[in-house]
Design a protein around this ligand. Structure first.
Ligand SMILES: Nc1ncnc2c1ncn2[C@@H]1O[C@H](COP(=O)(O)OP(=O)(O)OP(=O)(O)O)[C@@H](O)[C@H]1O
Length: 341
């Protein structure tokens, strides 16, 4: 369990005092994949550096698995930091060492006997899917393979927490997906807690259980990924969600849809989890006299289940349309008439 209480970090830039992290309270459960999203300058990197003890908070406390890392120093802090590992956007590999030697490095530092290191390195190589590349140098690897080395190296000393600092931002979409799948696999297999920072909402959607949205050093929204995607509260969260929503939501598209379907109302439905499997439209059509046309739809999958959006054209009298909307809302579906103003 990671617990941040009223954590503030200020920097003296010479000209002014800058508050990079501002009174952040956060509780991250064991085995959770927790995402922190924010634009550049929001304070994500500072926050992650506070988690691994590289920065000391100006005030507040950071506790990791019962250990108050803000209160320890020297050897004790070094030991605690071994339990918190990290992977980076630009991999931070040792270029003059092979894959095997890169992964072995943290074991050497931790004083693991040479006789035991080889077996552990081989296990890690298998775990991250790099078998056959043991003797390659980083310059001979693709971006995805380099990050696999980063992950293996981070796991070498059996950490309890893995911090990921924009770990897929330098990778193409396909490789990003493969690395994110690997992180989910490791989370499940090893029960490892993963905290990742990113500015990309699709990363949050694909692998996180919960998400914190940061702006100006503060956590402005925190919640379960499905809930946040379904009903983002803060303006900035809405912008992040729009990043991955289909262009359907844009004003231009709504206008185009209205031109294509000029009669009745266009209604956007958002449904979650098990709702995606219910025959709600059948029920609606059977029990109401509105005409229903499916205009567009899609389902997205998260670690917490699926969520979907569907755009319908409802044709009928205003009262009939109202009744249909009331029926959908009674089924806990978000149903919103799309206005093109
Ligand atoms: N060592 C430092 N000294 C002075 N200011 C700092 C220092 N580290 C961070 N800052 C400032 O703190 C604020 C938050 O920075 P931080 O790097 O944590 O944000 P971020 O969300 O990670 O953004 P990015 O993705 O661009 O790194 C920024 O205004 C940054 O300039």
């Amino acid at each position: 369990m990671i617990e941040l209480k009223k954590v503030t970090k200020k920097f003296d830039t010479g000209k002014a005092i800058l508050t990079a992290v501002d009174e952040v309270d956060l509780s991250i459960a064991d085995g959770e994949i927790f995402g922190i999203i924010g634009y550049s300058g929001a304070g994500k990197s500072t926050l992650i550096r506070l988690l691994n003890g590289l920065e000391k908070p100006t005030s507040g406390t950071v506790e990791i698995n019962g250990q108050m890392i803000t209160a320890i120093k020297g050897g004790e802090l070094r030991k605690a930091r071994q339990k918190v590992s990290m992977i980076f956007q630009h991999f931070n590999l040792l270029w003059s060492r092979t894959v095997k030697e890169n992964i072995e490095f943290p074991l050497e530092i931790a004083g693991v006997a040479k006789s035991q290191r080889g077996k552990r390195v081989q296990e890690l190589i298998e775990l991250v899917g790099l078998a056959g590349r043991e003797n390659a140098y980083p310059s001979e690897l693709s971006g995805g393979q380099k990050q696999r080395v980063g992950i293996a190296r981070a796991l070498a000393n059996d950490p309890e927490v893995l911090l990921c600092d924009e770990a897929t931002s330098a990778l193409d979409p396909e490789t990003t997906d493969a690395i994110l799948d690997l992180l989910v696999d490791i989370n499940k297999r090893l029960g490892l807690t993963i905290v990742l920072i990113t500015h990309e909402m699709h990363v949050i959607r694909k692998i996180c259980h919960r998400v914190a949205v940061m702006e100006g050093g503060r956590v402005v929204e925190l919640g379960d990924v499905l809930t946040v995607f379904q009903s983002p509260q803060a303006e900035i969260t809405k912008r992040f969600v729009a990043q991955v929503a289909d262009s359907k939501d844009s004003r231009e598209t709504i206008k185009n849809l209205r031109e294509l379907y000029p009669t009745g109302e266009l209604v956007k439905l958002v449904f979650l989890g098990e709702q995606t499997e219910k025959p709600l439209l059948t029920k609606l059509i059977r029990s109401h006299s509105v005409d229903v046309n499916i205009v567009q739809g899609n389902i997205s999958h998260t670690q917490r289940g699926a969520y979907g959006t569907l755009i319908l054209q409802l044709k009928g009298s205003p009262a009939e349309i109202e009744e249909a909307l009331a029926f959908l809302r009674a089924e806990d579906i978000q149903a919103e008439v799309m206005q093109n103003d």
